[in-house]
Design a protein around this ligand. Sequence first.
Ligand SMILES: Cc1cc2nc3c(=O)[nH]c(=O)nc-3n(C[C@H](O)[C@H](O)[C@H](O)COP(=O)(O)OP(=O)(O)OC[C@H]3O[C@@H](n4cnc5c(N)ncnc54)[C@H](O)[C@@H]3O)c2cc1C
Length: 392
Amino acid sequence: MDNTAPIPSIDYDTIVIGGGIAGVSIAYELAEHQSVAVVERESTLAYHTTGRSAATFLESYGNATVRALTRASRDFFVAPPEFVDGPLVADLPLLIVAEEAEVETLRALHEAVNGGPTHSGTIELIDGAAAEALNPMLRPGYTDLAMVDFGSLELDVHGLHQGFLRGFRRRGGEVLKSAGIVGARRERSAWVLTDAQGDELRTRNVVNAAGAWCDEVAELFGAAPIGIRPLRRTAFMVSGPRELPAGFSASRRTMTMSASEDFYFKPDGASFLCSPADETLQEPADAKPDDLEIARAIERLNEASLLGVRSVATSWAGLRSFTADRTPVIGADPTVDGFYWFAGQGGYGIQMAPALARAGAGLTLHGELPADLTGIGLSASVLSASRAALAA
Ligand SMILES: Cc1cc2nc3c(=O)[nH]c(=O)nc-3n(C[C@H](O)[C@H](O)[C@H](O)COP(=O)(O)OP(=O)(O)OC[C@H]3O[C@@H](n4cnc5c(N)ncnc54)[C@H](O)[C@@H]3O)c2cc1C
C-alpha cells in the first residue's frame, strides 16, 4: 500500500447501502452527527421487502432479542416525532389459534412471551368460543385453544418509511437512487464505491443495509458473509364472503394466525390479507408469489375460517432475510475497517425499526448501545457480526 498517496477527499462521512426501512431509519439516526448518503439500486425506495410486508406490530413474535427491540419501538409508533405524519398505528389484536394437535405449541409460546419486560400489553389464553367471539370469521369448532395479545397494532409502513426519509433529509442527508453499488476499494482511510454507471463515491464508513443482498455487498468490501438466508414469503388479497358471519364488524379486527404459523389473515378494508406464512430459501431477487403456496393457504384458510376463498385478487412475495439465530447483525465488521452491518431484520424489520436504528447508530458511532437498550437486557455481543451463533 502506498502510504505517501494523499488522503482522498470525502463526499460523505457515511454511505448507507440500501433504501428500505433499515437503510432510511439508520441514516436518519446517523445524520444527526455526520454527513450521510443513502444509495439505492432501484429507481424507487422501499421497492423490495419493505414495500411488501403485512404491516403488523406484534410484541409476541420472534425471539427474546427481537421482542425486546419491538417493545422498545412501541412509543415511537404510538406517539411519533413531529417529522412523521401520524398516526402510524391502529389497534389490531393478535389471535393465535390452535387445533388439538397445536395446543402444546401454543401453551409453550404463551409461557415464553407472557409478562416480563419485553411485553407491554395483556396476553390471555382463551377457549375456542371466546376466540370465535373475537373473530367471528373463524369456523365454529375449529379452535381448541387460542392466545390473544391485545397490545398488537397495525402499522402504516409507508408513513414510517416516509417519516424517516423526511427526518433524514431535514438533517441534510442525501438520497441517490438507481445507484447500485458494484465495486469498492480502500484508499488510505477511505472507501471508494463504484456504482453501476461507473460513478465513484468517497466515504469514511459504509453501512450495509442491503437486506437479502447483504452478503453480496459484504463480498465487495472483502468482509466475510454472515450466512444470510433470504426466505420467500407470499401474501395475497381475497374478498370476504358474500354474507358476513353474525357479529363480524370491520371495526373490531384481529390478526389471526395458526399456532404452527402455516397461515394468517387480517381484514384490510372490505378485503382480507392472507398468507401461507411460507419460508422458502431462494437467491436474492425480485421475489414472486408461489402459486402452490397460495393453493395450500386457501385450503388451510377454508378449513379454519368462513372466508370461503375461491379466488385471489392480487398476490405478491418478499424476502425475509434471516441469520442462523434469527437475530439482526449490527455494528462493526470484525476485520474490515469502516464497514458496518445493519442486516438480518428477518420478519420483524418494520416493528423493530425505531429501536434498531438507534442501536445501529450507537454501535456505528461509538461501539455502544444506547443506555435504554442495555437497560432492557440487550447487548452488543448478541447483535455482533462475530458472534458464534452465526456459524450454526
Ligand atoms: C410478506 C411479508 C410480510 C411481512 N410482515 C411484516 C410485519 O408485519 N412486520 C414487520 O415488522 N416486518 C414484516 N416483514 C419483514 C419486513 O418487511 C422486513 O424485515 C424489512 O422490510 C427489511 O427491510 P430492509 O430495509 O432490510 O430490506 P429491503 O426493504 O429489501 O431493502 C434493502 C434494499 O437494499 C437495496 N440494495 C441491495 N443491494 C444493493 C446495492 N449493491 N447497491 C444499492 N442498493 C442495494 C435493495 O434494492 C433494497 O431496496 C414482512 C415481510 C414479508 C415479505
